[in-house]
Design a protein around this ligand. Structure first.
Ligand code: NAD
Length: 262
């Protein structure tokens, strides 16, 4: 499988390069960063803290030579359209891990999925996708008498809030509780908590890779479903697994649940 890694110098980009380079079935043929980034022209392997790969980081995905089977894209929302256009033009599958996407970006993904295989997931770890399922079971069983709150914590450099994963967990609770009453933090005389409200808190600090907890608080007892990531390789391995799952498939939008078989 021939892979292009975009956002190559980012926290996830470097981890994606390392994980793909260590995989026997995968060949990195391109590493892409933004124009003016000081890593342009340097060896992608050296940049990712490994031995040289013989691939120079480029500032334009169109400059990658060779035919890629899949693009692994963990960048920013603004870069999505260029990467999808390239993928559609070259019949390349795309694994997207970027969070903070809006309706416009999801519409672009759906459009591209008519022509190429695409997967977007806010979290490629197995564990988080398991807790999404556990959250649904808990919400269905506990429901009425239990107040649901979601707390996430990430490193100080994270740009979007709440995390894409917190939104995914929120959507599960919203769906089961049939509610649109969501509060993002509370301050001042916030008043009593109405039933079926869902609170979401985003904490930021240090180098926390990604913690999520869904709390179901009832009278006299509380259930907490937690997941903590200690290394970005967890996401990179999941993204690579997703790449292998989709790259030979017909066009369409695939889900992380399909990849993981849950
Ligand atoms: P980061 O800021 O460290 O890296 C992003 C990189 O993308 C930067 O180096 C930036 O220069 C580069 N970039 C921006 N525009 C580009 C373009 N047009 N072409 C090429 N490169 C471009 O951020 P990060 O921590 O690596 O996270 C990246 C994204 O992935 C965020 O949205 C984050 O929330 C998300 N993320 C998702 C998962 C998941 O499992 N889905 C896991 C971790 C992070």
């Amino acid at each position: 499988m021939n892979v292009i890694v975009t956002g190559a110098a980012g926290r996830m980009g470097k981890t994606n390069i390392k994980t793909a380079a260590e995989d026997k079935e995968t060949q990195i043929i391109g590493a892409v960063e933004t124009k003016g980034n000081p890593v342009i022209g340097t060896d992608a392997g050296l940049m990712a803290g490994m031995s040289p790969l013989g691939i120079a980081v480029v500032d334009d995905i169109g400059a990658v030579s060779g035919k890629a089977d899949v693009i692994i894209d963990f960048t920013v929302a603004a870069s999505l359209s260029a990467h999808l256009e390239y993928a559609v033009r070259n019949k390349t599958a795309v694994v997207i891990g970027t969070t903070g996407l809006g309706d416009k970006e999801f519409a672009m993904i759906d459009d591209a999925a008519l022509k190429i295989p695409v997967i977007w997931a806010p979290n490629f770890s197995i564990g988080v996708n398991l807790i999404a399922k556990l959250t649904r079971i808990a919400a269905e069983m506990l429901n009425d008498g239990f107040d649901a709150e979601i707390v996430e914590m990430h490193h100080r450099m994270k740009k979007d809030a709440p995390s894409g994963t917190a939104i995914k967990l929120l959507n599960v609770v919203k769906d089961v509780y049939r509610t649109e009453d969501i509060v993002y933090g509370r301050e001042g005389i916030a008043g009593e908590r109405p039933p079926r409200q869902v609170g979401v808190m985003a904490l930021r600090g240090g180098d926390v890779v990604g913690d999520h907890t869904v709390i179901f608080a009832g009278i006299g007892e509380r259930v907490e479903i937690s997941h903590k990531v200690s290394t970005r390789e967890t996401f990179a391995r999941g993204a690579l697994r997703a790449a292998k799952y989709i790259y030979n498939k017909k066009p369409g939008r695939y889900t992380i649940e399909e990849v993981l078989g849950i």
